[in-house]
Write a protein that binds this ligand. Structure first.
Ligand SMILES: Cc1ncc(COP(=O)(O)O)c(C=O)c1O
Length: 411
């Protein structure tokens, strides 16, 4: 099916409704996107109403809208609303899922070299505490993950396949659908870290065939900071141990026993920030209204343009590898520290981030990368902004050459 590209007018409209875009060029969408004004207003208005009417009273008034956040998330990822739990970030979501698994000594987890640091620590901790084995499937020489290699690594002791869909500090997309087919075929639990992919592209839990999916709000979903969610497939919910419980997580409790509730909200606690819940819902609705396929098309176009433009500049190396790429562009400049590039760009009102080795440790170490500049585009960015960043980088490089020459030839 043909995807209709976003028009210039639509992009102008999105930018007009995102006040930050008038102030800065924001290429730190993989850190946190600029939220649409309507999302910010939703949160601020709700907080104001809480202050004026009372927290519980405001919650009662907005009950239907708060519930609707679950419905919207379910629609976003093609799940049932009873399979969604709201949490504060992707790490919490991932940890709740992973720590819920009943690992026994000798069980194995298969993963990739692109795993996020939270997940890597989780594996290492489970190795220490439960004696699990960690099998890391390396990318091939072109930076592609090979599902066939993963399938060969499966044994009767394989308890979990855990994959990061889009890594934090590399421009790649992992083949989560192909991996899901293997997980299903062998009946192995499948946990996907979709922190960087949800909001950037279509993510369909049924198509992926995952049991658990961890997501954050502030990145490509353009939701407020401190929001996120966990998807747990209905059939898997009873298999996971609960890390914490309160009155909200149970159907009933007597003096002698309790029964856990029948949906994914068993992974939540009662108290949460209702204003942010509403803001998250608004951001999801905003993305759905545009269409995730259209967002993805635009992101791919901008990222490809950025890679091409950066690649044309002598002295800049783009590090992204693999056949499938995303909106995250990583690069470095010979002789200039990534942190320095970030701060020099910031002086020109251009936001990028520094991708440190720790966040995607195995991949970065393997490729001898200590840090990279991470410039991540979203659909509301423009071609002109990319040109402005490239011009700024050339100016930074020229200034660096001049200052070096001065050091060598002091007058
Ligand atoms: C791939 C990936 N997974 C997980 C996380 C953790 O997300 P959060 O900070 O919301 O816990 C990040 C954060 O950058 C990430 O890039």
């Amino acid at each position: 099916m043909m995807i209709t590209p976003l028009t210039k007018q639509e992009i102008q409209q999105f930018r007009a409704g995102t006040r930050g875009t008038a102030q800065r060029i924001h290429f730190n969408n993989a850190g946190a996107s600029m939220p649409p004004d309507v999302v910010v207003e939703t949160v601020v208005n709700y907080l104001t109403e809480e202050a004026m009417s009372g927290g519980y009273e405001t919650e009662a008034k907005y009950h239907a809208q708060l519930e609707n956040t679950y419905t919207l998330i379910a629609r976003l990822i093609n799940a049932d609303k009873n399979e969604v739990a709201l949490v504060e970030n992707a790490s919490t979501a991932w940890i709740l899922a992973f720590n819920g698994i009943d690992f026994k000594k000798g069980d194995a987890v298969i993963t990739s070299e692109m795993e996020y640091v939270t997940n890597l620590i989780g594996f290492l901790n489970a190795k220490k505490t439960h004696g699990i084995e960690i099998k890391v499937i390396p990318n091939d020489e072109y930076g592609n993950f090979q599902p066939a290699v993963l399938e060969k690594a499966i044994t009767p002791r394989t308890k979990l396949i855990a994959i990061t869909h889009i890594p934090s500090t590399a421009g790649a997309v992992l083949p989560v659908v192909e991996i899901g087919k293997i997980a299903r075929k062998h009946g192995i639990l499948y946990l996907v870290d979709a922190c960087q992919s949800v909001g950037q592209m279509l993510v369909d839990v049924k198509e992926i065939g995952c049991d658990m999916l961890a997501v954050t709000g502030r990145k490509y979903l353009r939701a407020p900071r401190g929001t996120g969610f966990l998807f747990v497939r209905k059939e898997v919910q009873d298999q996971l141990k609960l890390t914490f419980m309160d009155g909200h997580t149970v159907q009933w409790v007597s003096g002698k026993d309790f029964k856990v509730r029948d949906d994914a909200r068993r992974f939540e606690l009662y108290e949460k920030n209702r204003a942010l819940t509403l803001g998250l819902g608004k951001a999801v609705e905003y993305a759905l209204d545009i269409g995730l396929d259209r967002i993805w098309l635009r992101v791919l176009h901008l990222a490809a343009l950025m890679r091409r433009q950066l690649g044309n500049i002598d002295g800049i190396t783009v590090h992204d590898m693999g056949d499938r790429k995303c909106g995250i562009v990583t690069f470095s400049i010979e002789g200039i520290d990534s942190a320095m590039i970030k701060s020099k760009l910031a002086e020109k009102q251009i936001n990028v981030s520094v991708g440190k080795a720790v966040s995607t440790l195995l991949y970065m170490n393997k490729n001898h990368l200590k840090s990279v500049v991470r410039a991540s585009v979203h659909y509301y960015n423009t071609e002109e902004e990319i040109m402005t960043m490239c011009d700024a980088l050339v100016a930074i490089m020229n200034a660096n050459i001049e200052s070096r020459a001065e050091i060598q030839e002091p007058r």
